[in-house]
Design a protein around this ligand. Sequence first.
Ligand code: ADP
Ligand code: ASP
Ligand code: MG
Length: 423
Amino acid sequence: MGLVVQKYGGSSVADAEGIKRVAKRIVDAKKNGNQVVVVVSAMGDTTDELIDLAEQVSPIPAGREFDMLLTAGERISMALLAMAIKNLGHEAQSFTGSQAGVITDSVHNKARIIDVTPGRIRTALDEGNIAIVAGFQGVSHDKKDITTLGRGGSDTTAVALAAALDAEVCEIYTDVDGVFTADPRVVKKARKIDWISFEDMLELAASGSKVLLHRCVEYARRYNIPIHVRSSFSGLRGTWVSNEPQGDQKVEHAIISGVAHDVSEAKVTVVGVPDKPGEAAAIFRTIANAEVNIDMVVQNVSAASTGLTDISFTLPKAEGRKAIDALERNRGVIGFDSLRYDDQIAKISLVGAGMKTNPGVTAGFFEALSDAGVNIELISTSEIRISVVTRADDVNEAVRAVHTAFGLDSDSDEAVVYGGTGR
Ligand code: ADP
Ligand code: ASP
Ligand code: MG
C-alpha cells in the first residue's frame, strides 16, 4: 500500500462546501488503496484576519502569543475536515503540529523544522485512519512552546511529513492547475509547466512565486521528495517538481522557466554612511541581530566631496519596523545621516537554468522593461536568475511585458484561477 501526503491550501478549504469537496477527494485517495496523510491550512484568509486582529490589540504583537493565536486557524480546519471525512463513512483523526511530532527551533513566527517524529501519525494510519495534520505549526524543542513556520508554511509541513513518513509523493493542492510560467492572476496567457527541476523551482519560489514556499522546495530537494502541484478544484494533472523528469513528464527546453514577482518587500536606504571599512558590516550586523533577513543590497558610489555614501537593501515589509528601530538604536555606533523607508516597491525576476549558457538574456530583460516604460531601481543576479526592483505600480505591466518578450505566452487556453482572493 502506498503512502501519500496531500496538502490543501486555504483557498481549497475556504468554506464548508470547500471542506466537503476536499473531504471527498481525500476519501477517493484512500479508496484507491493509499494510506493518506493530509496537511491542511487555515480556511480562506483566516490567518490574515487573525493578524489584523492582533495588530488592533498591539502594534507589534509578541512572538509567543502571536504564534499561539495564528495556529488556531489551522486547528479549525483540521477538526472540520476530520468531521467531514467521518461523515462520508471513513475514519479520520486530526492532530496539531505538536501532536504530529513537528519539532522546531524556538524562533517565533518563522521557526525552522529540526525534526519530525510522526509516531502518532503512524499509529493512526496503521489503525486505518486518515490522518489530518494542522499545517504551518510545530513545537519548540527547548521550551515546548507552540511555533509557526512563517507565512505559507503548510507547504513545508507537508514535505517534512512526506520525508519523515517516506511517502511516495507530496501532493500540494491549490487554487490553480499547477506551476505556471508566471502568476496566472497577473498573466492570463501564462502556461502550465509539466515538469520543473528543484533548482528552477527554488529560484521561482525565492523570488515570490508563492504557489510553493521556498523552504518547502529546499526541504524536498534535500530529501528528494517529488512534489505534484495541482488544483483541488479540477481533476487535471498538475506540475511535477523533482530532480529528474519521470515517465511522460514533458521537459520544456526553454531557456527561461518563468517570471516571478514579489510585492511583499520594502526598501531601506541608509543615507550618508562614511565610506570606510566596517560600515556595511556594522549595518548588517545590526540587522542580523534583530533577526531580520535581507534580500538585495546595493551601495552607491560615494560622493568625492563628502566621502559619504548610501546603502540600500530590501527586506520583508513585515520586518521593516524591526529593522528601522534596530538601526535607529545603533545610529551612534554605525554613523549615518538618516534612514529612508519605501514600501511601494516590487521585485520582478526572470528564472531559468538556460540563462547560464545563453548570452543576451539580461539585455532582453532590460529591453522589455524599458519598452514598457518601467524604471529599474536595483538589480541583483544569481547564475540562473535576474531580479530588479521597480515601483509597485508598474509590477503587472512589467511582468506581462517580460513574459511576452521571452516567448512564454501560451496560444491556447487562458490560465484558470479557481478560488482564493490573491491576498
Ligand atoms: P494556497 O492557499 O493553496 O496555499 P497560495 O495562494 O499560497 O495558495 O498559492 C497559490 C497562488 O500562487 C495562486 O493562486 C497564484 O496566484 C500564485 N502564484 C504565483 N506565482 C505562480 C506561478 N508561477 N504559478 C502558479 N501560481 C502562482
Ligand atoms: N495559514 C498560513 C498562512 O496563511 C499557512 C499556510 O497557509 O500555509 O500563511
Ligand atoms: Mg500557499
